[in-house]
Ligand binder design. Structure first.
Ligand code: 4NP
Length: 165
């Protein structure tokens, strides 16, 4: 059975990447692909290792049916480039930090989440980054969810034909 392993990456691993993980897990289960698409998340920074997602991210996610409370922060490591097929970053700073620790032959595994938004999505197609909501208000966490839903739906649409071929 073909599988693909994905690690979503942000700065702290308490807001954006756990939200992407929660949304993706939900959509992958709905698509009956849970055995084929393996999902994790990590941060480029080390401040929140072992911590659950930010309360605001948990609350906003719960409002849409995504449960993040079991997740715990961890920091990305060079070994993750061997373990995962795709390391999907939220913004350009995450990309730069990933490139610093990435073995040269694994560089193609680094992607931006918003690349996967379908062309038909008038609201989010063309947006480049998932903006860091940490120092802002509740609306930032809703926007992160909107973006993760748009991009993760597109990501599944890209992966599905490769996995069931
Ligand atoms: P995240 O958000 O990268 O989406 O998890 C942040 C979390 C923590 C910090 C910054 C961004 N921080 O400065 O501690």
């Amino acid at each position: 059975m073909k599988t693909v392993s994905i690690c979503f990456v942000c700065l702290g691993n308490i807001c954006r990447s756990p939200t992407a993980e929660g949304v993706m897990r939900h959509l992958v289960e709905q698509a009956n692909l849970a055995e084929r698409i393996l999902i994790d998340s990590a941060g480029t920074g080390d401040w929140h290792i072992g911590q659950p997602p930010d309360d605001r991210a948990q609350q906003a996610s719960r409002g849409r049916g995504y449960e993040l409370s079991a997740l715990r922060g961890r920091q990305i490591a060079a070994a993750d480039f061997e373990r995962f097929d795709l390391l999907i970053a939220m913004d350009d700073k995450n990309i730069a930090a990933l490139r610093e620790i990435c073995p040269p032959e694994q560089r193609d595994k680094i992607r931006l989440l918003m690349e996967f938004v379908p062309e038909t999505d008038a609201r989010w197609h063309g947006a480049r980054e998932v903006v860091d909501p940490y120092f802002g208000g509740a609306e930032g966490f809703e926007q992160v969810l909107d973006q993760c839903e748009a991009a993760c739906g597109g990501l599944i649409a890209v992966l599905r034909p490769q996995l069931i071929a």
